[in-house]
Design a protein around this ligand. Structure first.
Ligand SMILES: NC(=O)C1=CN([C@@H]2O[C@H](COP(=O)(O)OP(=O)(O)OC[C@H]3O[C@@H](n4cnc5c(N)ncnc54)[C@H](OP(=O)(O)O)[C@@H]3O)[C@@H](O)[C@H]2O)[C@@H](O)CC1
Ligand SMILES: Nc1ncnc2c1ncn2[C@@H]1O[C@H](COP(=O)(O)OP(=O)(O)O)[C@@H](O)[C@H]1O
Ligand SMILES: [K+]
Length: 505
């Protein structure tokens, strides 16, 4: 699913109106109906709903929603905020359509606002994608008052005051919504952690914007949908054998962190690898052989840390390195040798990333290779330097991927996958149960297995991140978020692959 910026969203509205012969008022009615449908599923009729409308089409949506919710027996009070003498045409149409028994309150100064109790519902229709400067003055005061009321706020299209695709200036007031119901496509702002407290839980409802326009408009940002991932999944062939599905090599673990090697190995095996060899420091031999009998285990000459590469590196189809390896000098040397000698695709995680980040020499060895990095935000900052905010982080992500021609899986609540072309795919599965040690090691195992099975690097990243989150979502049903461990995620990988390979009802 493509993510459009504010200007493109306005163009999509205008194109739909022009090419599909629908009036802008009718498109607004569709939007209002879609919002109302969501609202009815969430809140019971009879509830007290205060709807705050600004001067543009977002306010127009609010007025149409007021009428529709009134018809559906909610106790509605619409408010028209500020000077609406230059209000948009569709705002005016919808103001006129309010029935006589639903007169709007005009709010021209802050003290005209009623004291709202915490148990009422608020609909925020002050500003949408037409916001063109930070919100201050009367609108800012109204936003602050609504935020401090304790009411449950549902934002139409986007929380008012939040810029949809760039950093909102400090001085601007922003609605802190519990729910945001947006039209047709998610906004970039929703996917960034810094906006969680404004956006709350978000949902997209379709309003029939032109798919033709959406298909041809250019964007660097995408949200991954399950249908797209299902198309990537390759069924196993009847006469295939273990050689068909790659021989993965994992270089993981150190004294005290052998669990990372076990987790990555088990996840790799649960993600369909044909064969798996794991090289661990000597101290890890009995652990690996006992915990993961399906894997072949090689031992390093060093007892506690990785210090060398296995022989015949080229016989492996992919190398995954990093989980639990530590940052010893001998390990850094081994990574240098790996980058210098292996022509195989590599998945680099955790301390492999930290070691590379700290060495200009190793960074110089990253060019013209098939590489996937899987950093969490701290590891990413070690690679690229301190970032100013979430938009700056995305810009660094794109630049790093384009510079080195590599893929970066920037992990988080909506993991962002950067590609060498400068595209970014946001993942949509997963839950906070994943915020626990070892789940990143699991992801490394999954992606390594997929690359070994000849998925392209881009496919392996997108499918791997999606299935990792899906396994956690399935685990949710039995273990919940708080009790979830990395092992639970591994245990639910088979179900997640099954779920993806079956047609959805
Ligand atoms: N037919 C369609 O297109 C559809 C559109 N839809 C809906 O329309 C929304 C977009 O509507 P929109 O483009 O009218 O912009 P909107 O966000 O309401 O605000 C613009 C107004 O605000 C003003 N203003 C801006 N910033 C300000 C500030 N900081 N402080 C104070 N004022 C400020 C600006 O005035 P000015 O810049 O002239 O001062 C102007 O009057 C979209 O999010 C969706 O909800 C859906 O119904 C689907 C069909
Ligand atoms: N709040 C969250 N919602 C969804 N996924 C999350 C959340 N927090 C963490 N994750 C996921 O959990 C994994 C954590 O990886 P990482 O930080 O490397 O853990 P570790 O190093 O302990 O294995 C990543 O895949 C990340 O996307
Ligand atoms: K809004």
């Amino acid at each position: 699913m493509k993510i459009l910026n504010a200007a493109q969203t306005r163009e999509a509205d205008a194109y739909t109106i022009r090419e599909e012969g629908i009036s802008s008022t009718d498109l607004m009615e569709r939007a209002a109906k879609a919002f109302t449908g969501w609202f009815e599923n969430k809140f019971q009729p009879g509830a007290e709903v205060h709807i705050f409308c600004g001067p543009g089409n977002n306010g127009g949506d609010g007025l149409a929603v007021a009428r529709l919710l009134h018809e559906r027996k909610y106790k509605v009070q619409p408010y028209v905020v500020g000077d609406t003498s230059r209000a948009s045409d569709d705002f005016k149409v919808n103001l006129k359509r309010l029935p006589p028994e639903l007169p709007p309150s005009h709010v021209e100064q802050e003290n005209a606002l009623p004291e709202l109790k915490g148990d009422v519902l608020v609909v925020d229709a002050l500003f949408g994608t037409g916001l063109n400067r930070p919100v201050t003055g009367l609108y800012g005061q109204v936003i602050e008052k609504l935020n401090s009321s304790g009411a449950t706020i549902t934002a139409i299209d986007i929380p008012s005051g939040l810029f949809s695709d760039s950093q909102t200036p400090e001085e601007g007031a922003i609605i802190r919504a519990t729910y945001t119901v947006s039209f047709e496509l998610p906004k970039l702002a929703f996917l960034l952690p810094q906006h969680e407290r404004f956006v709350g839980s978000w949902q997209v409802v379709p309003i029939g914007l032109s798919q033709q326009f959406i298909a041809k408009v250019k964007s660097n940002f995408y949200c991954t949908r399950q249908e797209a991932i299902q198309r990537l999944l390759k069924p196993r062939k009847k006469f295939s054998h273990k050689g068909t599905y790659g021989h993965a090599l994992l270089l993981c673990g150190s004294y005290g962190k052998m669990g990372a090697a076990v987790l990555a190995s088990r996840a790799c095996l649960r993600s369909g690898t044909g064969l798996l060899t794991v090289q661990v420091p000597q101290a890890g031999y009995p652990i690996l052989q006992t915990a993961v009998p399906e894997a072949m285990t090689l031992t390093d000459k060093n007892r506690k840390h990785l210090s060398e590469l296995p022989p015949e590196l080229e016989k492996y189809s992919v190398v995954g390195i990093g989980p639990g390896i530590g940052t010893e000098r001998v390990t850094k040397t081994a990574i240098g040798q790996l980058l210098a000698t292996s022509s195989r695709p590599m998945v680099l995680d955790a301390d492999a990333i930290n070691l590379i980040a700290a060495s200009e020499k190793l960074k110089g060895q990253l060019y013209q290779k098939e590489l996937i990095f899987t950093p969490h935000p701290k590891e990413f900052e070690r690679l690229v330097g301190k970032v100013k905010n979430d938009y700056d982080r995305l810009q660094h992500l794109r630049e790093f991927c384009m510079e080195y021609g590599c893929y970066v899986v920037l992990k988080g609540g909506h993991t962002a996958i950067g590609t060498p072309e400068g595209k970014v795919y946001f993942n949509t599965t997963g839950n906070p149960g994943l915020a626990t040690g070892g789940t990143g090691d699991v992801l490394t195992g999954i992606i390594t297995a997929l690359v070994g099975q000849h998925y392209t690097l881009e496919e392996a990243c997108r499918l791997g991140v999606f299935i990792h989150g899906l396994a956690a979502d399935l685990a949710l049903q039995t273990v919940g978020e708080i009790g979830m461990t990395a092992s639970d995620v591994i245990d639910h990988l088979p179900k997640a692959f099954l779920h993806l390979s079956q047609p959805q009802r």
